[in-house]
Design a protein around this ligand. Structure first.
Ligand code: HEM
Length: 192
């Protein structure tokens, strides 16, 4: 494995996943130590709001709204879903009451990890496109030649398209399960 692939892709990805796992365990441990387990029960609400709020990027990208810098909104999406998922994971804790919330949690976990894979893919294709263009323009190639040379650009973007074909269905499964969990909580609120 080349050094740069390790430094620019594998390491940041592992750190993002590792910190999420470590922060979940630390948060859960702290809540139990401080006798604040009830806080965890409510953390699901701000976590969900953060995740839903960070989907503004998608609305911007699909032109449902026209204000906001897409790049900034994508960064907010990455931070918001990461933090929101952390809250939801602490909220899920190690308590096992019903199967549906756990299915929703697993789907969210897959969704978050898939999001991080997407981030690495996007960073990679961005670097690739820029590097290629500059390189070929400096060599004084014609427009058509530059176009051909940045063929890998298309390949990288194609990788993103294929990734979205997976990420979006995962997101839908997660959204349906989470909605099921939320509706059942609302239905049974105060009954138990
Ligand atoms: C609960 C967690 C998450 C949910 C529900 C979620 C949802 C989504 C959705 C629905 C899209 C498609 C946007 C569109 O094409 O309209 C998307 C794209 C994306 N997400 Fe996430 N995501 C989550 C976590 C993450 C995380 C943790 C990261 C990175 C740290 C991330 C990075 C990205 C990236 C880079 C894209 C691609 C942007 C694009 O192709 O335009 N996501 N996400």
């Amino acid at each position: 494995m080349s050094n740069s692939l390790w430094r620019e892709q594998v390491l940041p990805f592992s750190l993002l996943v590792g910190f999420l796992a470590a922060a979940t365990l630390a948060g859960d441990y702290l809540l139990h130590r401080l006798d604040l387990v009830w806080v965890g029960r409510y953390l699901g609400i701000p976590g969900t709001i953060l995740i839903i709020g960070s989907l503004i990027y998608s609305a911007r990208k699909r032109k449902m709204i026209t204000v906001g810098n897409p790049k900034t909104l994508l960064t907010l999406h990455e931070i918001g879903t990461w933090l929101g998922s952390l809250m939801v994971l602490i909220h899920a804790g190690i308590h096992f009451n019903a199967i549906l919330p756990w299915l929703a949690t697993v789907a969210m976990g897959v969704n978050v990890i898939s999001g991080m894979v997407g981030k690495m893919l996007l960073d990679r294709s961005r670097r690739h496109v820029q590097g290629q263009r500059e390189h070929y323009q400096l060599r004084g190639l014609s427009r058509a030649e530059v176009e051909r040379a940045v063929f890998w650009d298309a390949v990288a973007i194609d990788a993103m398209t294929r990734w979205r074909k997976l990420h979006i269905p995962i997101f839908i499964v997660f959204a349906v399960l989470a909605l099921g969990h939320i509706v059942s909580v609302l239905l049974f609120w105060g009954w138990a």
